[in-house]
Design a protein around this ligand. Structure first.
Ligand SMILES: O=C(O)CCC(=O)C(=O)O
Ligand SMILES: [Fe+2]
Length: 192
């Protein structure tokens, strides 16, 4: 486990949290069975197609809203329940929802944001699993914008963000000019 030790944050990175062979098997199942959709998002009043595909799962029929999208959750699949159990075992935190992202190639991305929706509570806990291609994850302090950090999110890894992280830091998954394939990201969350 690697603790990022950035001020105003509580972020830990676990490389090979899932072994590579198992992670590849999970990747294939999610790639082929999740009903991936591309929604429109509103950014500063303009509508754009989201630069990635998403899906939303939970342990109940709940809706989740961000950037003017409202997603209806599907019930956790067998594979999501398995991964959720691995994370819960490590963190002692019970997760009840998961937002899935599919980045089809290097042009797909996720812009600067913090995961600070009201439903996530005061100090959101986000457990993020990476499958498939490695991609860089950027962090930038909201007030001290010169404080930045780049982390390579590898196949099978877990990134855990908690405490005041979402209050003080934005994160993004930038585009890359490299010719790369698909990456799937699972962000387990606690919805109040
Ligand atoms: O794909 C990633 O690693 C980041 C995803 C993310 O930040 C989010 O879904 O809120
Ligand atoms: Fe996020």
């Amino acid at each position: 486990m690697q603790s990022l030790n950035l001020i105003d944050s509580d972020i830990a990175y676990y490389p090979r949290f899932i072994d590579p062979t198992t992670a590849t098997a999970f990747f294939d199942v999610f790639r082929n069975t999740v009903p991936w959709q591309q929604d429109d998002i509103k950014v500063f009043g303009k509508i754009y197609p989201q630069p990635r595909l998403t899906a939303f799962y939970g342990n109940k029929d709940k809706t989740y809203s961000y950037a003017n999208i409202t997603m209806q959750s599907r019930l956790f699949s067998e594979e999501l329940i398995k991964i959720k159990a691995l994370i819960e075992n490590k963190t002692q935190i019970d997760f009840n929802a998961c937002l899935l992202n599919l980045y089809r190639n290097g042009k797909d991305s996720n812009g600067w944001h913090s995961d600070d929706e009201k439903e996530l509570g005061d100090n959101p806990i986000i457990a993020s699993i990476s499958l498939g291609e490695n991609r860089f994850f950027h962090l930038r302090h909201k007030k001290h914008k010169e404080l930045r950090y780049k982390l390579l999110l590898e196949h099978g890894s877990l990134l855990l963000m908690k405490g005041e992280t979402q209050h003080h830091w934005h994160h993004q998954l930038p585009k890359t000019a490299k010719q790369i394939g698909e990456r799937i990201n699972l962000t387990f969350r606690v919805l109040k």
